[in-house]
Structure formats: structure tokens, C-alpha cells
Design a protein around this ligand. Structure first.
Ligand code: G
Ligand code: MN
Length: 247
């Protein structure tokens, strides 16, 4: 059994990070299907610690932060599922995480620790960096899938994402970047969004759109056949404590 290093206990105070959660919805039924765990600065709350993440990607400590986030998100999952009926919790992983040799072992260890199944966890890979070791990423995704963990590409359409990724990576779905939502008023952008929704369905992948802020956007993406969404219109990121309060 893999023994986790001390950072698991010290990371939180050292970096002063906490997790917020934003619910993701079935747009047809209005039911929450998942909650995305979002890293936030502990005291100033609601601000994403982007600087810390970029720095950690450079100095190689991002793996520890990601493992910490998975641990915490799995710990919170049961209560969130009881309260909101979600099927899984989604955690962000960076390209360097998905290429890391012991990622799968860590995930397996954490699932056992929390007595949860792989299907209760989804990893969203953000392509802030290029996936230079594609082979490692592919074998890790296959091993994660074997555990039942879903892997999706985050912020699709920005950064280093490209169409061949949909063929080269054994992923289960994509999250369309919020810029697609912002630009739904433009016919050309709308055509691209609609085509991507059709494409994912042909590839038998799931598609979620992020950044839904208006009813009109929600109706437009639903009309395109995109039935899963996330955005401020539906739910704003909240601390676990607030999310568990009775409405
Ligand atoms: O790309 P990623 O899946 O990590 O997106 C999550 C981030 O997007 C969070 O930081 C969250 O606060 C932000 N976010 C979520 N919904 C919306 C929205 O409707 N509008 C904007 N501008 N940001 C959003
Ligand atoms: Mn994400």
C-alpha cells in the first residue's frame, strides 16, 4: 500500500488552500449531477489561487496539490451526495498530473481510504501546458478508466487543446470553455459550438458547457443538444459548509 507523505496534513496550512464546490446540472431535469471542486485561497475566499497553481506546475509540486484536492473532495463527497444527489465529484488535474507515474496509485489509494468507487470521481484535465508525454497520459487514463474514474478535457477550445486530442486520448468527454457561451450571439461561434456538440455525440463522448450566465444561453445550448451545464446562472461556487445548509 502506498503511504502518503506528510504534505497531506501540512499542505492545507502551508498553502492556505480550501475547496469550494460548484454544482453541475442536467439542464433538462434541473438536477445536480456533479460538483466541481475548485481550489480557493483560504482567507480571501472566492479567488482562485492561479499564481500558486502556475508556480506549482513549474516547481513540480502540483501533483501534491492535486492529490490533496482529490483526498478532500472524496472526503466531502458523501455529504454532498446526500444533500444534492450528485453522482460524482469532479477534480481539476493539470497535464503534468496526468503524465505523472504514480497518479493512478495515489487515486487508487485515496478511493480505498474513503471507501468509494472509481465512478464517484471525475478528473478534468486542463491543458494549460502541452501534453508532451502523450504515452504516459494515455496509459494513465486507461488505468484510471479501469478503476471506473472518468476523465474529461477541461476548457476545451482554448490553450493547447486540439481536435486530434479527441482521438489520441481515451477520454470520456469534454467541457466546452466558457468563451463558447459568451460568444453564442455570434453566428460563426454558434456554428462551432453546435458542431462540437454534434462531434462529441458522434464520438460517443459527453459534452458539458461551462459559463452559463443567462437563461438565453441555457436555452441556446439545450437546443443544440448539450444537456449538461455549469455556470453562475445555475449555481455559484460555495464552501462545503454553505452547500450543506438547508435551503
Ligand atoms: O475551467 P474550469 O472548469 O476550471 O472552470 C471553473 C471556474 O470557472 C471557476 O473558477 C468558476 O468560478 C468559474 N466559473 C464558473 N461558472 C462561471 C460563469 O458562469 N461565469 C464565469 N465568468 N466564470 C464561471
Ligand atoms: Mn474545471
Amino acid at each position: 500500500m502506498l503511504s502518503l507523505p506528510n504534505w497531506l496534513a501540512s499542505q492545507e496550512t502551508k498553502r492556505d488552500l480550501e475547496l469550494y464546490y460548484q454544482l453541475q446540472f442536467n439542464l433538462l431535469t434541473g438536477e445536480a449531477v456533479s460538483a466541481e471542486a475548485l481550489l480557493r485561497n483560504g482567507h480571501s475566499s472566492n479567488t482562485a489561487p492561479l499564481g500558486i497553481l502556475l508556480e506549482a506546475e513549474q516547481d513540480g509540486s502540483i501533483g501534491d496539490i492535486t492529490t490533496w484536492a482529490i483526498d478532500k473532495a472524496l472526503e466531502d463527497f458523501r455529504a454532498l451526495r446526500m444533500r444534492h444527489g450528485i453522482a460524482h465529484v469532479a477534480v481539476n488535474a493539470s497535464p503534468s498530473d496526468i503524465m505523472q507515474n504514480d497518479l493512478v496509485k495515489r487515486v487508487e489509494w485515496l478511493l480505498k481510504k474513503h471507501k468509494l468507487q472509481g465512478k464517484h470521481l471525475e478528473l478534468e484535465i486542463t491543458e494549460r501546458l502541452p501534453l508532451v508525454h502523450l504515452r504516459n497520459a494515455v496509459s494513465n487514463i486507461i488505468a484510471l478508466n479501469a478503476l471506473g474514474v472518468r476523465v474529461v478535457l477541461d476548457d476545451f477550445g482554448t490553450g493547447y487543446t486540439s481536435l486530434p486530442m479527441l482521438v489520441n486520448l481515451p477520454i470520456q468527454g469534454i467541457k466546452l470553455d466558457r468563451t463558447f457561451c459568451i460568444n453564442l450571439g455570434c453566428a460563426k461561434h454558434r456554428a462551432i459550438t453546435e458542431s462540437l456538440v454534434t462531434l462529441t455525440s458522434k464520438l460517443k463522448m459527453s459534452v458539458m458547457i461551462e459559463g452559463i450566465e443567462t437563461l438565453q444561453q441555457q436555452e441556446q445550448v439545450l437546443a443544440m443538444g448539450c444537456t449538461i451545464g455549469q455556470g453562475f446562472l445555475l449555481h455559484r461556487p460555495q464552501s462545503k459548509h454553505k452547500l450543506l445548509l438547508r435551503r
